[in-house]
Design a protein around this ligand. Sequence first.
Ligand SMILES: *Cc1c(COP(=O)(O)O)cnc(C)c1O
Length: 368
Amino acid sequence: MSEPTHETPRTEPAARLRPVLDRIVSYKPGGAVRSPDGRSYPLASNESPYEPPPAVVKAIGEAALGVHRYPDDAATELIAEISRHLGVAEDAVAVGCGSVGICQMLLEAVAEPGAEVMYAWRSFEAYPLLTALSGATSVQIPLRDGVHDLAAMADALTERTRLVFVCNPNNPTGTAVHRAELAAFLDRVPADCLVVLDEAYREYVRDERVPDGLTLLAGRPNVLVLRTFSKAYGLAGLRVGYAVGDPALIAGVRKAHLPFSVNGVALAAALAALGSEAELMARVETTVQERGRVRTALIEQGYTVPAGEANFLWLELGDRSAAFAAACAAAGVAVRAFADDGVRVSIGSPTENDAFLTAAAAFTVRHG
Ligand SMILES: *Cc1c(COP(=O)(O)O)cnc(C)c1O
C-alpha cells in the first residue's frame, strides 16, 4: 500500500478548474427514506409510480442484445415516430439525453459570455445549474402569487437576453400560465431571443386555458417546445427528451448534440412507449384523479395548496418546509422541501398517496 502524500486532505484540486464550479453545490442524492418499520414511498422526484408496460420491457430486452454497437446518433426511427405523433415535420424535432440534455444543448448553442438567461424563480433547478455551467448570467424573475410573472419577465428583457425558459406547468409549484398571457409575452420577446416552453408535464394538464405549446409555434421561429419521456411515459431512468420548433433552429440545436448521448436501449424504449400510448395515458388519467383527491384532502387538513396541473402538488409551508419533509421522511415518505418556500410532493400510487396524507395529517395535529 502506498503512503498518502498529504498529511491533510487537499481541498483544492491539482488542476485549475473554472471558478464558476466553486459556486455550484455538489449533487446530493435524495429520495431514499425509510420508516422505522421499513416502508418507503418515493414521492420526491415526480416519477411515474408504474413499471413500464410489457411492450416497453420487451423492447428494452431486445435492445440489450445490441449494446455492443453504437446507437443511431440521428435517432431516425424515434424522430419519425415523434413527428407522426405530433403532426410536425421530422426536421422540426431534435432528441437529447433527457430534456435536461436538450437544455444543455440549447445553452451550448446560444450562451456566449455576457449572455443573459431568464427564467422565473422558483422554477426547475436545472436552469440555474446549466446556465452557470454555460458561463451565461442567470436573470431570475420572482413568481407572483406562485405563478410566472410574464409581464415582469417581458419588462426585464434586454439586448443581452439570449434565452428565456418558461416552465409550463411550473416545477415545483405546478401552476400554469394561460394561452392569452403566454402569447402576449411571446409577442414582446425580440425575434432573435430563444424562448423555451418546457412542457415536461404537458400530459397531466387538464385546464383548457393552458395552451399546448405546439399550437404557439406557427409564425414564431424563435420558440421551442421541450417534452420528455421521463414523466408521463415513465422512462425517467433511460433519459430521452425532445425539442420541437423551427427547422433552422432545430438544425442548430442538433449540432450542439453530445455524440451518442441517447443510447440504443433508450431509443427503443421511447419508440415502444409511443406504441403503448393508450395504456400510458390511462395511467396519467389515474394520476390526475389522484392529484385532485390528494389536494382536496390536504386543503381539508388545513394546508394551502395551489391547483396543480402536473403530477405533483406544492404545499406553501414557508419556514415549516424542512420540518414537514422530516416528518414525512420519518414515515417513509420522501418529498422535496425547497428552502423556506414550500414542499413538493409527487402524486404516486393510491397507496403511496395515502401514506403521504397520513403523514401530513399527523404533522398538522402536532404543529397546528
Ligand atoms: C422532470 C423535468 C424535466 C425532465 O427532465 P428529463 O431530463 O427529461 O428527465 C424537464 N423539465 C422540468 C421542468 C422537469 O420538472
